[in-house]
Design a protein around this ligand. Structure first.
Ligand code: MN
Length: 181
């Protein structure tokens, strides 16, 4: 295994799972999905998660996904919502911050999550912006706390390969086009 590439998928018995899918749809983004109460609570992060604690990333809350989407890597066909190629950019398990349930934390607009993945690790916080507009505001911020996993200057684009297959999105797309998968 190199840089976590080809790492086995986390199993349900390992704890709550998370996945980050690198998705080239109309715009490239990283879909961060946390397992909560048998579904995947999801945010689209245009610039990707980062270990840099000085950076706040915009994270757009999107529809929950079913758990069976967890390990999807491939191409969503043209004409379908989200059409484009998807790779498993990172996966692993996560632990909610103590003192509250994940569902309560989400409703309250501040979720602390300790991630243990191949690329991402340490304490992240998701903060819902502008609580007065909570009902029609899907904008959150994704921030890495200053802890032992924090790395100044760390950027998701430096680590483009899938942890599932070792492939890039270009390679997944090419295989799809030429029917070799
Ligand atoms: Mn997406």
């Amino acid at each position: 295994m190199r840089d976590g590439i080809g790492s086995p998928a986390p199993h349900p018995g390992d704890g709550l799972r998370f996945v980050v899918q690198l998705h080239r749809a109309r715009r490239l983004h990283y879909d961060l999905r946390l397992e909560v109460d048998n579904h995947l609570v999801s945010w689209a992060v245009p610039k990707g998660p980062t270990l840099d604690p000085t950076v706040k990333r915009l994270a757009i809350r999107v529809d929950n996904h079913a758990l069976d989407y967890f390990d999807f890597e491939g191409v969503l066909p043209a004409g379908q919502y989200g059409a484009g190629d998807v790779t498993i950019w990172d996966w692993g398990t996560w632990t909610p911050g103590s003192g509250t349930s994940p569902a309560q934390a989400l409703a309250g607009g501040a979720l602390h999550a300790d991630l243990s993945g191949e690329k991402l690790s340490g304490r992240f916080v998701l903060l819902h912006t502008d609580r007065s507009q909570a009902r029609n505001n899907n904008q959150w911020l994704l921030i890495h706390k200053r802890d032992a996993s924090a790395r100044n200057g760390w950027d998701a684009s430096q680590f483009p390969r899938s942890v599932k297959s070792g492939k890039t999105n270009d390679e997944i797309l090419a295989e799809h086009r030429f029917g070799t998968d």
